[in-house]
Design a protein around this ligand. Structure first.
Ligand code: AP5
Length: 221
């Protein structure tokens, strides 16, 4: 069996998956695969994928499984994913999880951990309403919890910060409902396979990072 981190981050919108995935990517020299980031880039570039995905993202619904699975299968073959990968926002339905198992089997790989980040709704709303993302590098900020040094400008690359359209109140409510119905059942799927670890997602970014690292402590970079 290959070494390296092959990890899924599971959790509701705003749980901090993207924030922790970026930190883990560095620690484990793994690639971060954020299906949300890939789709938003496609939307911004107005590719055929982006045009299709926008119809779903704008109302907080899930993009069809076959579209997402194909996208992830291709990305997993990239060279930077060979040492390991952090999946952020995928899988999100049971059929996506089953497809991922098949894809990894074909690559003679398997997941070695699934972290489920638990965050109450009130904290989610607080985080999403203040989130700012970099248009250029995808860097994540929060107007109160992790503000950029200069308002509206990314600390890492100087890119422009923007507020995601799907972070508007009505869309967030829909995303949370979709999560409960379609994604939350994945916790059991992975618990039955003895892959699931639950992480308390409330606290500072550093506190949560320490919990995540502890839960992955035995994995070798
Ligand atoms: P996606 O981009 O995956 O969104 P999401 O899962 O809803 O998650 P978010 O990105 O909103 O939150 P996060 O958990 O990453 O939190 P973050 O670290 O940013 O998906 C968007 C859309 O794309 C979906 O609705 C769907 O349409 C489509 N899609 C994507 N994947 C799909 C799939 N597999 N299948 C079908 N459709 C798919 O943190 C949030 C904020 O909080 C930030 O401002 C951050 O700075 C701050 N923060 C983080 N941690 C802390 C902390 N500990 N304390 C204080 N602030 C914190």
């Amino acid at each position: 069996m290959a070494t390296g981190a092959r990890v899924v981050l599971l959790g509701p919108p705003g749980a901090g998956k993207g924030t922790q995935a970026k930190l883990l990517q560095e620690k484990f020299a793994a690639c971060q695969i954020s299906t949300g980031d890939i789709l938003r880039k496609a939307v911004a570039e107005q590719t055929p994928l982006g045009k299709e995905a926008a119809q779903y993202i704008d109302r907080g619904a899930l993009v069809p499984d076959d579209v997402i699975v194909e996208l992830v299968a291709g990305r997993l073959k990239d060279k930077d994913c060979a040492p390991g990968f952090i999946l952020d926002g995928f899988p999100r339905t049971i059929p996506q999880a089953e497809s991922l198992d098949r894809i990894l089997q074909r690559m003679t790989l398997s997941l070695n951990r699934v972290l489920s980040m638990q965050v109450p709704r009130s904290v989610i709303i607080e985080r999403l309403s203040g989130r700012r993302s970099c248009k250029n590098c995808g860097g994540l900020f929060h107007v109160i919890f992790s503000p950029p040094a200069k308002e509206g400008v990314c600390d890492r690359c100087g890119g422009e910060l923007y507020q995601r359209q799907d972070d508007e109140e009505d869309t967030v409510a829909n995303r949370l409902d979709v999560y409960e119905k379609q994604t939350a059942p994945l916790a059991n799927y992975y618990r039955e396979r003895n892959l699931l670890r639950e992480i308390d997602g409330v606290g500072t970014v550093d506190e949560i990072r320490a919990r995540v690292i502890e839960a992955l402590g035995d994995l070798v970079a």
